[in-house]
Design a protein. Structure first.
Lengths: 224, 356
C-alpha cells in the first residue's frame, strides 16, 4: 500500500498529459480530476458514486485504466499489465515526439519560476496539465542526458529523444522508470548489462568486505 | 459539491525533485569541498596517532580490511551514492572464519532481500514473489590476499594513510589507495581503527573528484547475529518462484575472441555465456568476459549485432561505473567497469574475432 503512495507523485502528471489534447467540458474535467484523486485514495464518497454511476463515461474509465498502467510501469514489477499496453506507450511517445528542443526550455523555466511563488495558480486545472507535461519533459531530458554521460547538453539530448525512431525500437531503447529521485528515462539494455556486471563482474579484493554489500544495495535501488 | 483540487504537494514535490537532477554538480561540488576541508582539518589533528600505521603497504591495508570482515559479526545501515542517485540497505553480517553469511535488505527502490553464504546468493523479490538463486564466482575468488591478481596490486596502486575520521560513530583510519597510472581510479577508504573493517569507500576520478561513495551511516560491531537463522531464511523459499539464471562457463578462445593487446594490470578472471532460451549457433550466445586488476573490474559483453538496439557508441556512466560500446564485425561489444572511459576504449579496441 505504501508503495502506491510512494509513486503516486508522478501519476497525475502523466495522466493529465495523456488527456491534454482532448476537448474538456466542465463535466469531463471534473471526472478526470476525481478519478486521479480516487486513484490516490483521496476521493470522497460522492466522487466515488459519480464514477461508479458514470458507466457510459468511457473517458473516466480509460483514465482509470491509464492510472493503473502508469502505476504498474513506474513500480516496474516486470510482470505488470502494462507490458501489453503498447497503445498507451505510443500515446506517451507521440507526446514526447511533439516536444521540440525549442519549446522545452521556456516551459521548464516557467515551472521553476512557479515553484518559488507557491502556486497562486493552484486551482487552475489547465495550468497543471501544462506543468505536468513540462515537468515530465524536463525530467526525461535530464534523465536522458545523465544516462548518456556528461557530454550531452539539454537541447541536444532533447533532440535525440525527439528523434527516437519508430514505435517498437523506441520502446526497447528507453523506458520511464521510478527511482528514488522520481521518474527517469533509462536504457533497459544497459541496465541489464549493469546488473550483470555487478553480479558477476565485481572482481575486487574489496568484494569480500564491502563489494558485495555495495552491489546488493545498488541492485535494489535500480529497481531491477 | 466541493471540487477536490489536485493536491499541491504532489506537484510541489515533483518540482523540488527536479532540482537535484537538474543541477547535481554544483551541489556536489559544494558538499565535497566542505567534506574535504573537514577532512584536512581532522588530518592535521590526527597526525600523531596515525603515525604508527602510516607505514602499512597497500597489501597490508587490504589484508587488514579483508580479515576484519572474516572475524566479525555486525549489523548496520549502508548507503551507496552514485551521481544523483542514492540507495540504502540494512545489513547483517556474520562470519566464523569458515563461512561468511550476510543479509542485505533494501531500504530504497523495490523491496529486496539478498542473502549470501560464501558465494551462494539468493535474492528475494517480495513484489513479484520470485527468488533468484546464483553462484557468484567473484565472491569465492579472493579467499586469501596473497594470490593473483592481488599480489600485483602494489605494482599499480600506492597506499597513503591520510589521518582518521569518525564514520557511523566509529573512529576510522583514512587510507588513500591511488593509481600509479591513468588506467584506473583511486579509492579513499575509511577503515575502522580497532578492527580494520571498511566503513566507507569513495571512488576517486580525475583530480580526486568523488564519483561514488559507499558508507555505513550506522554500525553495530560484534552484534548478536545468528548464522543459523540467516541460513534458514536462505532456504525458506515457500511461496516464491525460484529462478536459476543459466550461466555456462566457457573461455574466450572457445567463443572465438581474444585481446590483441593486454591492458596494463588487467587479467582475465572469468568468462561465461548466458542461455537465452533460443537455439543459437556457437559463438552467438551473449558472452561476459571479466577482467580485474585486483581492485577494479571490467566486463566485456559480446552480443550479436542488432541494428535496432546497438547504435550508441558514446560512453555512459552511473557513479564510478562507465560503459562504452563498439561494433566489431557482426557483433556488438560493450565494455563496462569501474574504470576511466579511456581504459574501456583500450579494451574495445583490443578485442578481436579469431573465427569468422
Amino acid at each position: 500500500m505504501s508503495d502506491a503512495y510512494a509513486y503516486s507523485i508522478a501519476e497525475p502528471e502523466i495522466c493529465t498529459m495523456k488527456h491534454e489534447p482532448q476537448p474538456s467540458s466542465d463535466r469531463e474535467e471534473f471526472s478526470l480530476e476525481a478519478v486521479s484523486a480516487l486513484f490516490d485514495g483521496e476521493g470522497d464518497l460522492a466522487a466515488l458514486d459519480q464514477l461508479l454511476a458514470a458507466e457510459a463515461n468511457s473517458a473516466a474509465h480509460a483514465h482509470w485504466h491509464s492510472c493503473a498502467l502508469i502505476g504498474d510501469a513506474l513500480r516496474a514489477t516486470g510482470k505488470g499489465r502494462w507490458q501489453s499496453s503498447t497503445a498507451f506507450l505510443a500515446g506517451v511517445r507521440s507526446q514526447l515526439d511533439a516536444i521540440t528542443p525549442a519549446n522545452v526550455q521556456p516551459i521548464a523555466e516557467v515551472v521553476h519560476a512557479a515553484a518559488s511563488q507557491a502556486a497562486a495558480n493552484d486551482s487552475v486545472f489547465r495550468w497543471k496539465m501544462v506543468a505536468g507535461l513540462a515537468s515530465l519533459a524536463a525530467v526525461a531530458v535530464v534523465g536522458w542526458a545523465t544516462l548518456l554521460g556528461s557530454g550531452a547538453s539539454g537541447p541536444s539530448a532533447a533532440s535525440q529523444l525527439a528523434q527516437a525512431p519508430g514505435a517498437p525500437t523506441a520502446a526497447a531503447q528507453a523506458v520511464l522508470v521510478a527511482t528514488p529521485q522520481g521518474p527517469v528515462v533509462r536504457d533497459p539494455r544497459l541496465e541489464q548489462l549493469l546488473a550483470e556486471h555487478r553480479q558477476h563482474g565485481g572482481m575486487t579484493a574489496l568484494q569480500a568486505s564491502t563489494g558485495f554489500l555495495r552491489n546488493a544495495t545498488f541492485d535494489a535501488g535500480d529497481n531491477r | 459539491m466541493a471540487l477536490k483540487p489536485l493536491n499541491s504537494w504532489r506537484h510541489g514535490s515533483l518540482r523540488v525533485g527536479l532540482r537535484p537532477l537538474g543541477a547535481p554538480t554544483r551541489a556536489w561540488r559544494v558538499a565535497m569541498v566542505a567534506a574535504l576541508t573537514a577532512g584536512a582539518c581532522l588530518t592535521a589533528v590526527a597526525q600523531p596517532a596515525a603515525a604508527q600505521a602510516a607505514s602499512r603497504s597497500v597489501s597490508e591495508w587490504l589484508t587488514r580490511m579483508h580479515e576484519a570482515s572474516r572475524q566479525r559479526a555486525y549489523t548496520g545501515t549502508l548507503v551507496v551514492s552514485a551521481g544523483a542517485s542514492m540507495s540504502a540497505s540494512k545489513i547483517w553480517h556474520v562470519c566464523d572464519g569458515q563461512q561468511q553469511v550476510e543479509r542485505v535488505d533494501s531500504l530504497t527502490g523495490a523491496p529486496r532481500t539478498t542473502i549470501r553464504r560464501n558465494n551462494e546468493v539468493i535474492t528475494f523479490a517480495p513484489e513479484n514473489k520470485t527468488a533468484v538463486v546464483e553462484k557468484r564466482e567473484s565472491l569465492g575468488l579472493f579467499p586469501d590476499m596473497g594470490r593473483t591478481p592481488n599480489n600485483q596490486i602494489p605494482q599499480f596502486y600506492t597506499a597513503r594513510e591520510v589521518g582518521s575520521q569518525r564514520v557511523a560513530g566509529h573512529l576510522a583510519d583514512t587510507v588513500e589507495i591511488m593509481p600509479r597510472d591513468e588506467w584506473r581510479f583511486g579509492y579513499r577508504i575509511w577503515s575502522e581503527h580497532q578492527t580494520g573493517l571498511v566503513v566507507k569507500i569513495q571512488t576517486l576520478g580525475e583530480q580526486g573528484v568523488v564519483l561514488e561513495q559507499v558508507a555505513f551511516t550506522e554500525l553495530q560491531l560484534d552484534a548478536p547475529v545468528s548464522m543459523d537463522k540467516l541460513k534458514q531464511a536462505m532456504k525458506d523459499t515457500r511461496g516464491y518462484e525460484v529462478l536459476k539464471p543459466a550461466l555456462r562457463k566457457t573461455t574466450p578462445e572457445a567463443q572465438g575472441w581474444r585481446l590483441k593487446e593486454a591492458i596494463p594490470g588487467f587479467q582475465s578472471m572469468s568468462c561465461h555465456t548466458r542461455e537465452t532460451g533460443a537455439a543459437l549457433a556457437p559463438g552467438q550466445a551473449p558472452m561476459q568476459w571479466v577482467f580485474s586488476d585486483g581492485l577494479a573490474s571490467v566486463s566485456l559483453f559480446v552480443e550479436p549485432f542488432d541494428e535496432q538496439r546497438h547504435r550508441q557508441e558514446r560512453p555512459a556512466a552511473v557513479g564510478a561505473t562507465h560503459s562504452l560500446g563498439r561494433r566489431v564485425g557482426d557483433h556488438w561489444v560493450t565494455a563496462m567497469g569501474e574504470v576511466p572511459v579511456a581504459t574501456l576504449k583500450r579494451f574495445i579496441q583490443a578485442i578481436e574475432r579469431t573465427q569468422p
